[in-house]
Design a protein around this ligand. Structure first.
Ligand SMILES: O=C(O)c1cccc(C(=O)CC[C@H]2O[C@@H](n3cnc4c(=O)[nH]cnc43)[C@H](O)[C@@H]2O)c1
Length: 236
């Protein structure tokens, strides 16, 4: 039987707390139940949603997600947290919903430039997301500015305008980059489950300026997005 439970995977505890604030605001009578999974992963349940702290980067995210998926049935897996947004479509404080999750730096450098793993003859670099249109519609209806498009997964945060331009050239329409989506999507696919990536923007993708990251604004937007996404009706 299909489960209507949702697994939301974040990288760090501050992101999980923001997701939980949002889900709890939408479900004021649900209480939070926290436990620790094998591997030391923190998982908190509220209503039909489990929020997991999986660590930074695609490998950590895949390991954590696969651990949780082996222990309980789910109907949807969500990669969530903060992200770098591509200007001008995804400004700081806005939300992004991935229509595809793309491993943007999984491949090899060749004399002719970057070749992704599919060009090398194996693997995959892209997962299609579920519930994209209803998710974006609900966020916009709640007043959360939301961009829809490919969300890139990178192992190295972009730090220059040249790199940002190169990513956009290779992935036209990309709205954001983050570091976990592809790992979460690989684990979901291994379990035959649909995946969604929902993030809020803390910084622009481009020249490195950590002081300009607006993490507080992004976490506030993340809570608001999870208050309005309505997972129970999206999945149930
Ligand atoms: O310092 C804090 O309080 C804090 C609170 C929440 C999250 C963080 C992180 O540093 C999370 C790292 C996380 O952020 C994603 N991210 C954000 N911007 C970018 C970017 O421009 N390029 C790639 N990834 C980005 C990423 O998914 C990291 O896991 C700190």
């Amino acid at each position: 039987m299909t489960s209507s439970r949702v697994l939301v995977v974040t990288a760090v505890a501050a992101e999980a707390a923001a997701v939980l604030r949002g889900v709890s605001a939408a479900l004021p009578h649900a209480c939070e139940v926290a436990r620790t999974l094998p591997g030391g992963y923190a998982l908190t349940a509220v209503g039909p949603v489990d929020v997991l702290v999986g660590g930074v980067g695609p490998a950590a995210a895949a390991a954590a997600t696969a651990t949780a998926l082996a222990l309980a049935p789910y109907g949807l897996v969500v990669s969530s947290g903060i992200a770098g947004g591509f200007a001008p479509v995804a400004p700081i404080g806005s939300a992004v919903v991935a229509e595809t999750i793309v491993a943007a730096d999984l491949g090899a450098e060749t004399p002719d430039g970057f070749a992704d793993v599919t060009e090398l003859g194996f693997g995959r670099i892209r997962h299609a997301c579920a519930h994209v249109d209803p998710a974006a519609r609900r966020l916009r209806a709640a007043g959360v500015p939301t961009a829809v498009g490919p969300v890139l997964t990178v192992s190295t945060v972009t730090g220059s305008a040249e790199r940002a331009a190169e990513l956009l050239r290779r992935h036209p329409g990309a709205v954001a980059e983050a570091m976990e989506g592809f790992g979460v999507a690989e684990a979901a696919a291994a379990h035959g489950l649909p995946v969604l990536e929902l993030r809020t923007v803390s910084n622009a993708v481009g020249p490195r300026d950590r002081a300009a990251w607006r993490i507080g604004d992004a976490l506030a937007a993340l809570a608001r997005a999870h208050e309005h996404i309505g997972y129970a009706t999206l999945v149930g």
